[in-house]
Design a protein around this ligand. Structure first.
Ligand code: SF4
Length: 115
């Protein structure tokens, strides 16, 4: 099987943002990395193009994204100072959206790094 080789890929796992990673992919998963540390290699190799999970969950049950957005809005409207939390492995655009959401709902924001 031919492998696709991507040079100078960026790893966003830990925050160091190494941008000199070489990746070899078989169309579904990354099968080889060069220049990534063991954490980065594990992160790359365990992210696949397979659709392993439902698009969204509501109370642990599969749901559509639209239904999940509606349920989330309902939770946020009823919440008293909601916590917007997480944000590891997400894009700058997603972080910007999360900050805007926290401001909109008069909430607070934190990331896993505070642990
Ligand atoms: S390759 Fe390792 S050090 Fe570099 S960003 Fe990824 S996890 Fe961090």
């Amino acid at each position: 099987m031919d492998l696709t080789v991507v040079k100078n890929a960026t790893c966003t796992f830990c925050g160091c943002v190494c941008d000199d990673i070489e990746l070899h992919a078989d169309g579904v998963r990354i099968v080889k990395t060069k220049s990534a540390c063991s954490l980065g290699e594990s992160w790359f190799k365990n992210h696949t193009a397979e659709h392993l999970y439902p698009d969204a969950l509501i109370d642990g049950k599969p749901a559509t994204v639209d239904a999940a957005v509606d349920a989330t809005a309902d939770y946020l409207i009823k919440a008293n100072m909601p916590l917007v939390y997480g944000l590891s492995n997400v894009t700058c655009e997603a972080q910007r959206g999360a900050v805007a959401l926290a401001e909109m709902v008069a909430g607070v924001i934190d990331s896993h790094t505070s642990l």
